[in-house]
Design a protein around this ligand. Structure first.
Ligand code: ATP
Ligand code: MG
Ligand code: MG
Ligand code: MG
Length: 429
């Protein structure tokens, strides 16, 4: 993308409404704009990050054996009457009436809808398990939307659901999802800790939330410093992995157990704040029973499938990653989800040799590069590249260009390298 022709409206001033770093930086870097309270438009760089996160989430859901579907954002109120949640959900649900006075709502989650779909199409135990998921916008009329995309009203969620034959199957689904989540976070390039959590509105008996540690987090968290995520990509045994993730103490304040806490050596006790970026639930037959989803078992008897649900806040992750990865100058994207791998900074726009070398780099990198081809001061180009957080800056001035040399800057460490074109390209790729 050429910066001179792009819709990346960076801001010099700090927007007054933004209280925390990620919100400030997303506005200043031109990633999002607020369209109404808690409702955002995603501009090109923001949308690229959102899509890259969604794609990693998708690949790990598929690897786990889940299948992607797409359910609508608008749901019928009757579905929610079946589960009894229509009244229970309260003011967070955005309720809509159509021209025929039919009651609809903008989905805050999809347990009811997916249960109805599977119920109407799956009749035999032979067709279980079913683990469908989708990546779709949700709406929750939060009392206090704040912190930008961290607590929006409209937000993008990946929600998966599992329907299994029995308890063992449901436990397998739950553990498989935990592994898929840890792989997802690892690939994105951030650390999220699974913590014992309350089941809240969704209900059920077993739940973990995944938290990115940050002082601005809205949840209180308690964990043992001995916790290590280790390498989730390498894990082959789902049960052993689950065991490893859950034996060392980690809990949100709602599930905090002081009796266990007191047994942990004082120097290992960590108390802090976390941003909830995902949550998984096992809730047995709560919805299958309420919505009368029964299938025929091997013995000809009807039974209710065992269920779980599994959410990741994809749009919240964008903000949460920035909370965890920024400095005074701006965002520091992990390579895997950066909008561009590199920014090409032309320090003398209009100088034939400099322009030619920049064009060459741009042609070689294509969509992976943001080419700053504006007629701006070098200082402004450096500052905006730091603000936007590209993993690499490829700095080209007339002197280097004449010698065929590119200066590379690594955003995360500040390291600099002066390299011939091909070597510079190889490093960035
Ligand atoms: P919170 O405790 O922050 O209100 P939640 O527990 O109500 O979140 P879940 O029902 O567990 O949310 O939904 C799954 C995921 O969706 C959450 O872990 C979070 O990452 C994301 N999410 C929930 N509410 C919002 C929101 N208002 N804005 C952005 N993401 C959200
Ligand atoms: Mg909530
Ligand atoms: Mg929560
Ligand atoms: Mg939750």
């Amino acid at each position: 993308m050429r910066l001179s022709r792009s819709l990346i409206p960076t801001l010099k001033e700090t927007p007054a409404e933004a209280q925390i770093a990620s919100h400030r930086l997303m506005l200043r870097a031109g990633m999002i704009r607020q369209m109404a309270s808690g409702i955002y438009a995603w501009l090109p760089t923001g949308y690229k990050v959102l899509n890259k996160i969604a794609q990693i989430v998708r690949e790990e859901q598929d690897r786990a054996g889940a299948q992607e579907v797409l359910m609508p954002t608008i749901q019928s109120a009757d579905l929610w009457r079946e589960s009894g949640r229509y009244d229970a959900y309260g003011k967070e649900m955005l309720r809509i009436t159509d021209r025929h006075d039919r009651e609809l709502l903008y989905g805050p989650t999809n347990e009811e809808m997916i249960t109805a779909i599977v119920r109407d199409n799956i009749k035999s135990y032979r067709d279980l398990p079913q683990w469908p998921y989708h990546i779709q916008w949700k709406f929750r009329d939060e009392v206090r939307p704040r912190f930008g995309v961290l607590r929006g009203r409209e937000f993008l969620m990946k929600d998966a659901y599992s329907f299994d034959l029995d308890y063992e199957g449901a436990v397998r689904a739950y553990r498989t999802m935990m592994l898929a989540y840890m792989r997802t976070f690892q690939r994105i390039g951030i650390t999220a800790i699974p913590m014992r959590a309350d089941t809240g509105q969704i209900g059920g008996d077993l739940s973990h939330e995944f938290h990115i540690l940050a002082p601005t987090g809205e949840s209180g968290v308690f964990y043992d410093a001995a916790f290590e995520t280790g390498d989730a990509m390498d894990a082959t045994d789902v049960d052993a992995f689950y065991e490893r993730m859950t034996t060392i103490y980690a809990a949100t304040d709602e599930k905090h157990d002081t009796a266990v806490w007191d047994t942990i050596p004082a120097e290992r006790r960590r108390e802090g704040r976390g941003i909830e970026v995902g949550q998984i639930f096992y809730f047995g037959t709560k919805y299958s029973q309420a919505m009368d989803f029964a299938v025929t078992g091997p013995d000809g008897q009807k039974f209710y499938p065992e269920m779980g649900s599994y959410g990741i806040g994809i749009s919240r992750l964008v903000g949460a990653i920035i909370e965890a990865r920024h400095d005074e100058a701006g965002i520091i994207w992990p390579d895997a989800i950066a909008p561009f791998k590199a920014a090409i900074l032309n320090l003398r726009q209009g100088d034939a040799t400099t322009d030619a070398l920049c064009e060459k780099l741009y042609a070689a990198l294509g969509a992976d590069a943001l080419y700053d081809d504006r007629e701006e001061r070098a200082g402004q180009k450096f500052a905006e590249a730091d603000l936007m957080g590209h993993p690499w800056q490829m700095i080209v001035g007339p002197r280097g260009a004449a010698a065929g040399i590119v200066e590379l800057k690594r955003r995360a460490t500040g390291e600099r390298f002066e390299l011939p074109v091909e070597e510079a390209l190889a490093k960035v790729r």
